[in-house]
Design a protein around this ligand. Sequence first.
Ligand SMILES: [Cu+2]
Length: 367
Amino acid sequence: MNRLLQRSVQRRKLLTGGIALAGGTAVTSLGRHGAANAETHTITGAHAAYAGQHGEMITIGDVGTEINGFDPSEILTDWEVGIVSQDDAGNTVRTFEILAEDREIEIAPGVTFPAWTFNGRVPGPTLRATEGEKLRVVFRNNGSHPHSMHFHGIHAAAMDGLRGSGLIDPGDEFTYEFTAKPFGCHLYHCHAFPLRAHMHKGMYGGFIVDPDPAKHTEHRDVALSRQLGTSENADWQEFIMVMNGFDTNFDGENEFYMINTVAHHYMKHPISIDKNRPVRIYLINATEFDPINSFHLHANFFDYYDHGTTLTPTLRTVDTIMQCQAQRGIIEFSFKDHAPGMYMFHAHQSEFAELGWMSMFDVKDGA
Ligand SMILES: [Cu+2]
């Protein structure tokens, strides 16, 4: 890679680089197998330039589902509940099947990234269970490197996703077994080393454990509202948002930031909200390389449940929270007293917002 190109792909120059793009300058290298043999790729101005459609700096064009096979708009509510059965003792057993595989994904219009995935998507499927259930996660590695699933939850050392406890080589299979606890908003990720390589390649996903209302008599109504499948839960508009980033030139810094993998997706496809129903966001920070990420909601305030492990808020009436990597929590708010309209939310690191982590709620009166 020549010096000029190296300089032009530095993320802090990406925005100003966009101006040069109109002249056809290459700004992004697309390495299929890492930095050592990164391919360079010329991106036309029509694809990669940034411009202000509504006065904001966002990517031009759109990412379809042809390459990815997944749609960030669907990922928001696409809960993976597995297959439920009973064991001999009458316990509920929930079984998930996860396949690790290499896959090229498109993370901004015209910008592809050689990802390592769980079930072919980034973030991986959002696994959802209820507190106290027995979980079985059948994990197969069809990728090119050793991988594992390390759950942020409570489990035995033998189920931890390290070498000897579920970190497996290509072609191998392992079944993780543990009880779903504690309730909350959690995550899983590959724990192969070097960890940051496996994280930034896309190996992470949400792991939501709904509280069992029978165990929480004092806040049974709150627990019911969180349990998928109840009428109380159906009143809520729930979304999972995994904050992530991609280092497209393998220099150890992210060139793009977003929630759920596609830069500026929810600027071009705002998230529809019925103002009469409450909103709950399961927010997870999976961003590699940067120490923190953040979430800021415009024109409104929210309650926050750190890690989602309590039924009363750990922060009340805030409009911005920050999370380090693997930190997560539940955000709850309502637009019921607001006029309908487009309400923005974004990382309050301005650079992250400009490089993809900026989104819109389209708040309507009624469905
Ligand atoms: Cu891995």
